[in-house]
Design a binder for this molecule. Structure first.
Ligand SMILES: Nc1ncnc2c1ncn2[C@@H]1O[C@H](COP(=O)(O)OP(=O)(O)O)[C@@H](O)[C@H]1O
Ligand SMILES: [Mg+2]
Length: 262
């Protein structure tokens, strides 16, 4: 008889009750799970690598496929913060957007509605959480996205900004991983936008979108934290002041970053 050992997964430290069982991942079902499942099925149909929906288990949890490979751990290794990987993440996000552009989500699909967004007509179902912990690597290269919990209709630029928040990073140096402490963020933003293929006009939207996103995500996170759970833990760990420091850093470096974007 096969023994199904449950291994807790805590990469992102937000979701509680995420476990690995063999070649599957079990996660609590949420109100937005049906919308995410539709998206994951579309990605499977068009051949973009992401977890596959395998069903619901006897405990009422969603069953997703385990994506083979490595997910970065903290502190991030030098190889993960290299410019080659940065280009790879940008191309992966571009491939994701191109793969999802053809997806007609059902009207009224219950996407996560509590997180921040930018204004502007939605263009794609963004991943909206492209942290290092949500990218799977093989042979040192980023090959797949996981954790579509925050996916929702948004603009391509908003999704680029959510990725750059972590991969630039748009962050106060004091809060960065050691490997990103002294990097030239302006150069990295440019590399990312070039590899993504973001055209000149749209690059003008990147810093303003980052500014709006910071303020809205501060408020959204504070509201979520009031309800307890993983977000409360993150908030108590200092997420609020960290966003405030990142905002200040962005404002101080705005002109310099702006000049480097194209
Ligand atoms: N389908 C999967 N394939 C491979 N690894 C996974 C998968 N799902 C989760 N993981 C691992 O578990 C960690 C936490 O899962 P995730 O779905 O990202 O939850 P959280 O909401 O906590 O970020 C990830 O960072 C990754 O290391
Ligand atoms: Mg995650």
């Amino acid at each position: 008889m096969a023994v199904n050992i449950e291994v807790p997964l805590s990469g992102g430290a937000v979701s509680e009750g995420v476990v690995r069982v063999g070649e599957t991942v079990r996660r609590p079902l949420r109100a937005h799970s049906p919308a995410v499942h539709g998206l994951l099925r579309h990605l499977e149909d068009v051949g973009f690598e992401a977890p596959r929906v395998l069903g619901v288990d006897e405990l009422g949890r969603e069953v997703l496929s385990w994506v083979p490979g490595e997910v970065p751990q903290r502190p991030l290794a030098a190889s993960v913060v290299s410019e080659d990987v940065l280009r790879g993440v940008a191309r992966l996000l571009r491939r994701y957007h191109d793969a999802v552009a053809s997806y007609e989500a059902p009207a009224g699909a219950p996407w996560d509605a509590e997180t921040s967004n930018v204004d502007g007509a939605p263009e794609v179902i963004g991943h909206c959480d492209v942290t290092p912990e949500n990218v799977v690597f093989r042979g040192g290269r980023p090959v797949a996205l996981i954790d579509f919990d925050l996916a929702r209709p948004t603009t391509r630029v908003f999704d680029v900004v959510t990725a750059l928040r972590h991969w630039g990073p748009i962050e106060d140096p004091a809060d960065r991983d050691a490997g990103l402490y002294g990097v030239d963020v302006g150069r990295r933003l440019r590399i990312f936008c070039d590899a993504y293929g973001l055209d000149r006009e749209r690059r003008r939207e990147v810093l303003p979108a980052a500014r709006v996103r910071f303020e809205r995500s501060y408020r959204a996170m504070r509201e979520r934290a009031e309800r307890g759970g993983g977000w409360a833990r993150i908030w108590q760990g200092g997420a609020g002041p960290r966003i405030r420091r990142a905002q200040d850093w962005l404002e101080w470096h705005w002109d310099e970053l702006d000049a480097r974007l194209w």
